[in-house]
Design a protein around this ligand. Structure first.
Ligand SMILES: *Cc1c(COP(=O)(O)O)cnc(C)c1O
Length: 421
């Protein structure tokens, strides 16, 4: 009752009729509801929980840090969890990225990236370069600057039209993953970046996978062209790896599919293995040195919970666990099982298309699904799957067994078969 009367949930109405299930505990790939039912998690709690819930090594590392300190301000102070995490991230992210700014959520990491880009051009004596170029169907978060570079239609531009900055949007690339880049996509990039070279601070992209804006997988070759065209017209490239980072697409970071490095990169979500909220914005020496030499000579951001020690410990432990696992092989196996298992959905009249990449399996419907009935059907089938709009998808934890994944796939197939609307 308290929940229904007083607590907002993501993108929801207070008077919503949609069910909200109370969770008692979670362990491995299982979420246990208050009523005792056990659900296999197909969402990794919004793509974060890559090693599963209640992981003994994660728990132990966090408990140990808790006894030293849960938090300390980062202004004028530093600590081992931040230092060790930084060493680790420098090893696994593109070599050009040498400076790291920690923040508390993905949206804030995107805000920070955008401020870096603006401060960079300001320091270069080109303060007019303040606008951003983004893609249709992009999603970069819910705060104001992040919202401004998210898709104007599926994002919230209508509602907040006069409150968000007007950015520049390129058509969503039609070139699919594993295809060469179509000429029209290249032309669109060239044309837009050339036209806005004098006012654009950066091009911001989700590399390879457009996530919450439509679960679209595009050509690695497109990313290569994006990098090239950015260099040609003196526009920074920001890659938002918040959804794609830490193995989800089959590479540690999705930019590796194209073998490119951005000027600024955002990471979040799976960074802490889903344990705590932490994000980071990484950049090059060129960007940070330029900001240092400009006016006011400091980078103007500093969150209260910057580099929180517990969160940094979770991130370090999660990353080490990932690197020590057979993640590449696991994700290949998950990918082929998703491909084989979801394929049959292509035969359903209500389905537009099935797409699979890495540990992401997407069934795009022709019409938006009915959330109430489909959610209940999934819970009754013993799985936790949360579609949005026309997209029913699976993003399992990396520790999911073949049998558990089979249960998830079967639940999706059977539910969509029965679920006419
Ligand atoms: C989830 C997400 C964000 C926002 O992260 P939050 O932690 O929810 O603020 C930004 N960009 C991408 C690509 C995301 O998937």
């Amino acid at each position: 009752m308290i929940d229904h009367e007083h607590i907002w949930h993501p993108y929801s109405a207070m008077n919503s009729e949609l069910p909200v299930y109370e969770v008692e505990s979670a362990n491995g790939v299982h979420i246990t509801l208050k009523d005792g039912r056990e659900l296999i998690d197909g969402m990794s709690s919004w793509w974060c929980m890559i090693h599963g819930y209640n992981h003994p090594k994660m728990n132990a590392a966090i408990e140990q840090q808790l006894k030293k300190m849960s938090h300390v301000m980062f202004g004028g102070l530093t600590h081992q969890p931040a230092i060790e995490l930084t060493k680790q991230l420098l090893e696994i992210t593109p070599a050009a990225l040498q400076k790291i700014f920690y923040s508390d959520s993905g949206s804030v990491a995107v805000e920070v990236a955008m401020k870096m880009a603006i401060q960079y051009w300001h320091a270069k004596g080109q303060p007019e370069k303040q606008r951003f170029i983004s893609l249709r169907s992009a999603y970069h978060g819910d705060t104001f600057a992040a919202m401004s570079v998210s898709d104007p239609d599926t994002g919230m531009h209508k509602l907040f039209k006069d409150a968000v900055a007007q950015q520049i949007f390129i058509k969503q690339p039609i070139s699919r993953f594993n295809e060469a880049c179509h000429k029209q996509d290249i032309d669109e990039l060239e044309k837009t970046l050339k036209k806005h070279a004098n006012e654009a601070a950066a091009l911001i992209l989700e590399p390879i996978v457009q996530g919450a804006g439509g679960m679209w997988f595009y050509s690695a070759d497109y990313l290569k062209h994006a990098k090239r065209v950015c260099e040609k017209y003196n526009i920074l490239l920001i890659l938002d790896e918040i959804a794609t980072g830490f193995g989800r697409t089959g590479k540690l970071f999705a930019c590796e599919h194209a073998d490119i490095a951005p000027d600024i990169m955002c990471i979040g979500k799976a960074l802490t293995g889903g344990y705590l909220s932490l994000a980071a914005t990484l950049t090059t020496n060129e960007v940070s040195n330029t900001i240092d030499h400009g006016d006011p000579g400091v980078f103007m951001h500093g969150p209260t919970f910057m580099a929180n020690p517990l969160a940094c410990t979770a991130a370090l432990t999660s990353t080490k666990l990932l690197l020590a696992s057979n993640w590449k092989e696991n994700i290949k196996k998950i990918e082929s099982q998703l491909k084989v298992g979801l394929e049959i959905c292509n035969n359903f009249e209500t389905v537009n298309e099935v797409r699979v990449l890495g540990a992401i399996g997407v069934v795009e419907m022709k019409q938006p699904v009915d959330m109430k009935s489909i959610t209940e059907a999934f819970v009754n089938a013993g799985v936790w799957v949360r579609p949005f709009g026309k997209l029913v998808y699976l993003m399992p934890t990396f520790i999911v067994s073949q049998e558990e994944l089979n249960k998830l796939i079967t639940a999706v197939v059977n539910t969509l078969k029965q679920h006419i609307k």
